[in-house]
Design a protein around this ligand. Structure first.
Ligand code: GDP
Length: 140
């Protein structure tokens, strides 16, 4: 089984869509292996999105991701990384396929409901960003 990371973003938390999103992921065959509700600090959000530092939307993205609580979730499934990308939908909910999580729950290219790791290597890094080695071992 492969693992990936999703983040239930602040817009989903505010709209109380976290339960529906987790149910949607379970119906897609993902196992919830570890889960953490937290509010990111500015430094944490900056670090998590470091690859986007030069993008014009970086400051706005950091402000949004620190605007309220999030839930980080370690998910496991066959082909978890590509499958989550498929179930999540395109970055802009307006372009996301019908039935995808972003089409259902996202409201803008920024406030797009969830995060999903884009490669197995980034999934590993991102899982370790939120969860300790012990938490990830215990989840197996
Ligand atoms: P993802 O892999 O589909 O999440 O997309 P990216 O890695 O390209 O972008 C990371 C996050 O930055 C997205 O999920 C959005 O929340 C935000 N984002 C991406 N593109 C834009 C944009 O053009 N404008 C704004 N305001 N936010 C964006």
């Amino acid at each position: 089984m492969q693992r990936t990371l999703t983040i239930i973003k602040p817009d989903s938390m505010e709209a109380q869509n976290a339960g529906n999103i987790l149910a949607h992921l379970e119906k897609e065959g993902f196992q919830i292996q570890a889960l953490k509700r937290m509010r990111l600090s500015e430094a944490q959000a900056q670090k998590f999105y470091e690859v986007h530092r030069e993008r014009p939307f970086y400051d706005s993205l950091v402000a949004y991701m620190t605007s309220g609580p999030i839930i980080a979730v370690a998910l496991a499934r066959e082909n978890a990384v590509p499958h989550l990308r498929e179930v999540m939908g395109a970055t802009d909910p307006a372009n996301a396929e019908d039935g995808t999580i972003r089409a259902l729950y996202g409201s803008s290219i920024e406030r797009n409901a969830i995060h999903g790791s884009d490669s197995p290597e980034n999934a590993r890094k991102e899982l370790h960003f939120f969860f300790s080695r012990a938490e990830l071992i215990a989840a197996e």
